[in-house]
Each structure stands twice: as C-alpha cells, then as structure tokens.
Write a protein that binds this ligand. Sequence first.
Ligand SMILES: [Zn+2]
Ligand SMILES: [Zn+2]
Length: 335
Amino acid sequence: MSTADLITATPRGLHCGAGDFYIDPWQPVERAVITHAHGDHLRAGSARYHLAARGAAVARQRLPAGANIQSLDYGETIEFGSTRVSLHPAGHILGSAQVRIERDGEIWVVSGDYKRDPDPTCDPFEIVACDVFISEATFALPAYRWTPAGQVAREIVEWWRANREHGAASVLFAYALGKAQRILAELAAVGDGAVQDAVFVHGALVGLVEAYRAQGVAMLPTLPASQSKAGSYAGALILAPPSAAGSPWMRRFGEHRTGFCSGWMRVRGDRRRRGYDRGFVLSDHADWPSLLSTFRDTGARRILLTHGYTDAMCRYLAEQGVDASALRTEYGAEE
Ligand SMILES: [Zn+2]
Ligand SMILES: [Zn+2]
C-alpha cells in the first residue's frame, strides 16, 4: 500500500492524484467531483462535474448553461485512475454528498458540509467507515449545540402570529439554497399540518423551491413576493436571502419585523451586530457534539479539517490523542 496521501490540498483545490480529479475545486479543473451546490463548493469553469443525481437540478441552476454535469446515484461506484469513487448522503442540503475514495484497500472520505440532525428536505447523513475522514469544522466550538428544528419552527410560527396581530409583515432572512426550503418544510410539519398559509418568497428563491418540490419535498405553498401589490403583505411571512436586507426591495412590505435564521444566531452578540429584530438558531452544519460523534462513528484513524474552527478542533482532538490536522482550503462563505 502506498503511503502517499490519497487527497492533498493544492492551489486549485483538494486533489486526488491517483484518480486525477479534484473535489469542490475553487479554480477551474478538468474533472470536478462536487459535494453540493453552495457557492464555495460548486464554482463555474470546470470541464466536467460529477455530483449526486438528487442535486443535479439545483446544480444546473447554479452553473452556466451547457455545463457538463454527470450525475451519480448515492452508492453508485465510478472508477477514476486507480481509485473507486462513490457518493453518500451528507444531510446538509438536497443532493449533498460525501465523497468516498478507495485505492488498494485504503478509504478516504471527504464530507463536504454535513449535519446529523433530521431534515425533511434531504437524505440523512450516512456513516461511511474510512481510514481518513476529511471534515468541515464550521461550528467546531463547544458552544454550538442545536435545538431540534421542530421547536425552532414553532418559534417562527409564534413570532409570525404575534407580528400578524400587530398588522405587521414578518420578513425572515435565510440562505437561498437549503435553509429557505428547510424552513418551508419544517413549517409544513408544525402541529401535523396546523399551518397551511402560503409564504411569499423572494425571486432568488423561486427556482430553487421549485427544484425541491420536483424532488418530492413537501413544503408550505409559496407565492412570488414580486407579484403582489404593495400593502397586501400585512400579517404575511416573507422569505428572502440575507442580501435583500435593507435593500429597496423591502419597501413594498410596509410595517414589518425582520428575523434571521442561521446557526450563527446561537451567539447573542452576533444577533445584535447584524441588526435583525429576531434570531432563530437553525443550522445545516454539524454542531460540536455531532462532529465528535461522527469522527468516532467513521472509525477514522486520522482527521483532516477543511474550514471553520479548525484550530480549536485540532487542539481538542490532539488532547484526546487523535491524529488531526488542518488543510488549507477556500471554503467558508455559504452563499
Ligand atoms: Zn454548504
Ligand atoms: Zn461550505
């Protein structure tokens, strides 16, 4: 068995020399294996993209027309050079995948972004046994522990109802891909379908919500926010990407309250600094306990960390006697 690392961090991205491919490269390459369609992982310009079939429609919306996309079912194996490669659910957003690479009996897994909490919009994270696990560390501090999503959804409904009683609209900001659809799905599940109101969505969300519906994800009904007259939003819930906050687009809503839905809302000071009326803690990343349990569950003898609080996690793992180090990558900004 070769002792060379199967995956290395290069100036273009995470590279597998034995298979001559890159994973989520940040510069254009010949062959890119993609974990998911967020902007820091899926970038335009590569000659060929290999990604999970469940995420292909979403990826097409995020890449230029005519991009060469080859989709793989979860668990299907493809051979690149001397490696066998397969994709496995990561539980992060619809179609998100971990990449399993095998060569000469040695197995490496690149997680991409992932979470362990249940999410009605995507396939649950699959434990893939491996020798080396390459993980994200976005929320790798002990303070990050998530509240169950169903509880967060009930808090959102209460906030929306209270604003409605005051005749105000509720504008909730969330990442356009993944988080917005998860909110719509979690709201549809509150009280076994007690909430059935249509939700207005910003134009940046319309195509992505349709792509999720086409994959069979059940969500609250939606209406494009652009098509209603100013003044007709009193009491409504509007979903929009963070980039719309404070923009002229907001004027149509009249009296309104704002909220932001993100794992970052766990930290109180962050909530104030961002200037939203209300923060809801809902993340599509693994929290501290589930990062640690995932490392154990994979049985990996070595952990490599790509982005987030990599130093804090490396220190902690080293104290536990785990072989851990950080890779230099350009992942991080979700959208
Ligand atoms: Zn992501
Ligand atoms: Zn990411």
